[in-house]
Ligand binder design. Structure first.
Ligand code: B1M
Length: 209
């Protein structure tokens, strides 16, 4: 088994005590941080499929997510570049009713590396909380909404509407597995990105006009 396969298997099995060491071994062996990350994302895909098939339940999903987060911590310095330019502040969070945060955390990491000052609101963030954070923090240029559940997509729409109706001069970017470019346009978001790397590129584009 290659190191990347071992990393993937450890996330699937929720090996929270061993994953950091295995990710470090994969790095030391010369694997690219992006490839190691992809192996962990693939593992979460497997976990999702097993959950859908009724083979595993919420506790197993949770432990796999914990393992992935610990693995990402090791990768962090290798993934996000150190930017010296400042693009302003980005308020980021997962929409109300949704507790998934791995994708959101990856996006926050990439945005920070690209030059944004990050205000991370966490998960289950109401539209009002997003708006208040956009108003109360200094130099907010971007609000970034993550959503993984189809059931909470209407909350994403509500949040975009509230921010746009407020007239604040901020751009809104959205993403997450059930979100598409078409949906983003339909709910009035300024931008959409399918993954964390492209979110950083799109975000920079949006705030630079
Ligand atoms: Co949940 N879950 N989960 N879950 N979970 C999914 C999302 C699901 C697809 C699994 C499945 O059924 N196959 C399904 C959603 C179905 C749907 O709505 N279409 C699901 C469900 C049903 C649920 C519960 C309802 C289960 C239950 O209780 N019966 C429940 C809901 C709880 C809630 O939120 N209220 C639930 C709970 C959980 C856990 C808490 C146990 C755990 C999350 C722990 C955590 O995040 N800390 C969990 C997990 C781990 C998953 C899966 C297995 C993995 C998610 C993940 O982290 N992926 C997931 C299945 C799957 O994704 N295949 C599943 C890795 C991550 C890197 O990808 O977050 O997609 P992702 O982020 C990507 C892109 O989407 C994008 O960039 C990232 C990659 O670079 N992206 C953005 C994300 N945000 C972005 C924002 C942007 C731009 C891009 O701009 C701002």
């Amino acid at each position: 088994m290659s190191k990347l396969q071992e990393v993937k298997a450890m996330v699937e099995q929720g090996k929270t005590k061993l994953i950091a060491g295995k990710v470090q071994e994969a790095l030391d062996e010369g694997n690219k941080a992006e490839d190691i990350l992809q192996s962990m994302i693939d593992a979460m895909g497997v976990i999702g499929d097993r959950f859908s098939a009724g083979e595993i339940f919420v506790p197993e999903m949770l432990i796999a997510a914990k393992a992935m987060s610990l693995g990402v911590d090791v990768l962090k310095p290798h993934l996000a570049g150190e930017s010296t330019s400042s693009l302003g502040t980005c308020v980021i969070g997962t929409v109300e009713g949704d507790l998934h945060d791995i994708g959101k955390n990856l996006v926050a990491m990439m945005l920070e590396g690209t030059g944004f000052n990050i205000v991370d609101m966490g998960v289950d963030v109401s539209p009002e909380k997003f708006l208040n954070a956009a108003k109360e923090n200094k130099d907010v240029k971007l609000v970034a909404l993550s959503g993984l559940l189809t059931t909470t997509m209407p909350k994403m729409e509500e949040t975009v509407k509230l921010i746009k109706d407020s007239g604040l001069p901020v751009k809104v970017i959205v993403g997450g597995a059930p979100v598409s470019e078409e949906y983003a346009a339909q709910i009035g978001a300024d931008g959409y990105a399918p993954d964390a790397g492209s979110a950083a590129v799109k975000a920079k584009e949006l705030v630079n006009g």
